[in-house]
Design a protein around this ligand. Structure first.
Ligand code: SAH
Length: 251
């Protein structure tokens, strides 16, 4: 059985206990070396074989998994954050299905959740936004026609943009064109939870210059929306005048 493991955003202590136990017991480790903190592998067996998938194509990754299975070795595939978000994870599972190799998925802390944590923010502020859009810009790989950034912007929701900090100029223009005011707050978080983490805050109008000044060109998330501001309604869940399943209203 292959174990796909979400390694979390960077801080090795943000790996799940289940993920760590599997990594530490593995004979063969394939990890996404461009983003996974090598520290998450620090407890591995001395003789574990380690492969960096940054240098491998899909066939090569599957070949390593297949060989490990044939030899009765435990193989783990370590993805950054959570594999379900831009992990190119499904294509591996489908190939394993065809080969009759079983697998399991151990979720991880996605970078978008680590980003909210380091910003001390909540994405779903009552009265501001109750919807979170995770997306990316059209770069070297196209976006489906109904998911253009300009169309997604019309919802004015909390927006989290992956893989796209290199296109901030076009991104901010498109978001404004789609309906966000130029004053809408934006944060760019580089390497959330890593020792060299950087946080840049601004508005759609000025964030690009600020991010450029910090020299950030990759491994960053751009989060956009009024959730970054200070105006919102208090929740009903903890409202003393509102009854819930567990608590009666006080008047
Ligand atoms: N599966 C990953 C995302 C992989 S796509 C997850 O769940 O987080 C890679 C993109 O994720 C990067 O280009 C960047 O936009 C974002 N990313 C990954 N780790 C990050 C981190 N620690 N801080 C900020 N952004 C990060």
């Amino acid at each position: 059985m292959i174990s796909f493991i979400g390694a979390g955003p960077g801080d090795p202590e943000l790996l799940t206990i289940k993920g760590k136990k599997l990594i530490d017991a593995a004979d063969v480790i394939i990890y996404a070396g461009s983003l996974v903190n090598p520290e998450v592998l620090s407890g591995r067996k001395k003789d574990a074989e380690v492969f960096n998938s940054a240098y491998m194509d899909l066939d090569e990754v599957i070949a390593v998994m297949e060989k490990a299975e044939k030899e009765g070795k435990k193989c783990v595939r370590v993805h950054t954050g959570d594999p379900a978000i831009y992990g190119a994870h499904r294509e591996q599972m489908d190939r394993l299905d065809k080969l009759g190799i079983t697998y399991e998925v151990i979720p991880g802390v996605s970078s978008f959740l680590a980003t909210a944590a380091v910003l001390n923010k909540e994405y779903t502020l009552p009265g501001k936004s109750q919807t979170v859009i995770l997306t990316r810009m059209e770069g070297r790989t196209p976006m489906p026609p109904k998911e253009k950034l300009v169309d997604l912007a019309r919802h004015h929701s909390t927006m989290i943009i992956f893989l796209s900090v290199g296109f901030l100029d076009e991104m901010t223009k498109t978001l404004i064109e789609g309906g966000y005011e130029p004053e809408t707050p934006v944060a760019v978080v580089y390497k959330a939870t890593w020792p060299d983490q950087k946080i840049v805050v601004g508005t759609l109008a000025d964030i690009e210059a600020k991010v450029k000044a910090e020299g950030i060109t990759k491994t960053a998330l751009t989060v956009v929306g009024d959730f970054l501001g200070d105006e919102y309604e208090l929740s009903k869940l903890y409202d003393s005048h509102f009854s819930t399943e567990f608590r009666k209203a006080k008047d």
